[in-house]
Design a protein around this ligand. Structure first.
Ligand code: PMT
Length: 401
């Protein structure tokens, strides 16, 4: 997405400036042309040579070059840029940008820029929550700038709170996502991911090996392409990187059922990637089942409701329902059977017989079957690439319908 893009990276005087070196490296690696502008105080934290080496361009900091008197045109720079990112943005620079105080090269260029602007604040937590900073950020938002919210964590002051500049990888991803085609804009997509846990007693459950990686990758891809995404996730150790994703955490199949059934009527498309437990203990022991008992406990199971089938039964015209099939034998027959029984428009088959496919891996090997008879067998690829293929199949199916 960033190949050939002109990016101005504005660096201001905060300790997080050292992380901006990584940001510049990532942007250049992704094919962007990067021009770094540093405020005078930024140079107290990182030397310009670091940025000029990483970007392959002299760093600009002053209105004119001292030894030649050559003017650095903020107007030309502002026009050259496809996008501008200020990282880190200190409280002082944020205040200047919000109020048009053009006393350095960076703010002057910002005021001249026609390109979209991302601002990644970094400061101590008290400065971050001060009403003046809050108001200035609100003002910048109202001018159409995009704020990349700082994360919570340990700050340079050793205090803990909100104010850490977002990690360079995430800033680079946000900028790259900005240029991604927004072919899912205006669509509401619900995705289920991960396993469900069915409680036996307060310390034990019936679960499965799903890590959530496949479902989370689909959620990230759909959000990147402009969809309004709700991710209903069983217990996993993943987090979402795209903050626009509405993450709903559940534990059991019945909790997942409730959330899905409630959301389905206001959803355009659902992708059922979760490995939902088919059975749950009939009763849940209120205290830990003890080993010392003479008899081995017998756990009676009851059938969980089939979430996907319930959505399939109530599917209205225009809604798209995508299912997964995790198989070990007779893969194709079983997958197509599931597509018909559950009223799926698309089913994604992955087989545990394929190395690198299914649970826990970063890769998957799938075949995508559509209700109109189309079949797309895909080679082993990363789960992010599989997610792209699944979203492409959904958009193709929509266009044909
Ligand atoms: O999470 P990862 O580690 O990345 O692994 C990914 C995955 C292997 C879990 C994923 O690719 C996958 O195959 N998910 C579906 C697993 C599964 O439960 O398949 P199934 O064949 O048992 O179920 C068929 C479909 O019905 C699935 O869409 C499932 O979400 C849905 N279902 C099943 C039972 C139930 N009670 N409710 C459901 O909605």
């Amino acid at each position: 997405m960033l190949k050939g893009k002109h990016i101005i990276v504005g660096v201001t005087g905060g300790i997080a400036a050292y992380k901006t070196a990584t940001l510049v490296r990532l942007l250049v690696k992704a094919g962007a042309e990067v021009q770094v502008i540093m405020t005078p105080s930024a140079k107290e934290f990182v030397c310009p040579l670091t940025f000029s080496t990483l970007s392959g361009k002299p760093v600009i900091s002053e209105f004119f070059t001292a030894n030649t008197g050559q003017w650095n045109s903020h107007v030309d720079l502002g026009l050259w840029a496809d996008v501008m990112v200020i990282a880190p943005a200190t409280a002082s620079t944020i205040a200047k940008m919000a109020n048009g105080v053009a006393d350095n090269m960076l703010v002057t260029t910002y005021l001249s820029a026609k390109a979209p602007v991302f601002i990644a604040p970094a400061m101590d937590l008290d400065m971050m929550r001060h009403p003046s900073t809050t108001r200035n950020l609100e003002l910048l938002r109202s001018y159409g700038n995009m704020i990349i919210e700082p994360a919570e964590g340990e700050l340079a002051s050793h205090l803990i709170g909100k104010g850490r500049m977002e990690e360079p990888e995430n800033i680079a991803r946000v900028i790259s996502d900005f240029f991604a085609p927004k072919d899912l804009a205006g669509q509401r997509i619900m995705i289920t991911a991960g396993p469900t846990y069915e409680r036996i007693d307060p310390v034990r459950f019936i679960g499965n090996y799903s890590s959530g990686k496949m479902g989370y990758a689909i959620a990230e891809e759909a959000a990147r392409r402009g969809a309004e995404v709700t991710l209903i996730s069983g217990p996993v150790s993943l987090s979402v990187t795209n903050r626009s994703i509405n993450l709903i955490k559940v534990e059991s199949a019945s909790e997942m059922y409730r959330q899905c059934v409630d959301l389905w009527p206001s959803t355009d498309c659902a992708v059922m990637c979760a490995a939902v437990a088919d059975y749950a203990p009939e009763t849940v022991a209120t205290s830990k089942i003890k080993r010392e008992r003479d008899e081995v406990p017998v756990i009676h199971l009851r059938k969980n409701r089939d979430i996907a089938a319930a959505l399939g039964q109530t599917k209205r015209e225009g809604q798209i329902l995508v299912g997964f099939a995790l198989e070990t034998d007779d893969e194709q027959i079983n997958a197509i059977g599931k597509m018909e029984r559950k009223n799926f428009d698309i089913i994604v088959l992955n087989s545990l017989r394929d190395k690198g496919a299914g649970f826990g891996t970063d890769t998957n090997k799938v075949t995508i079957f559509c209700a109109d008879g189309q079949t797309r067998p895909l080679p082993l690829m990363s789960k992010s690439d599989v997610a792209k293929e699944i979203i492409d199949s959904i958009t193709a199916f929509e266009h044909e319908a």
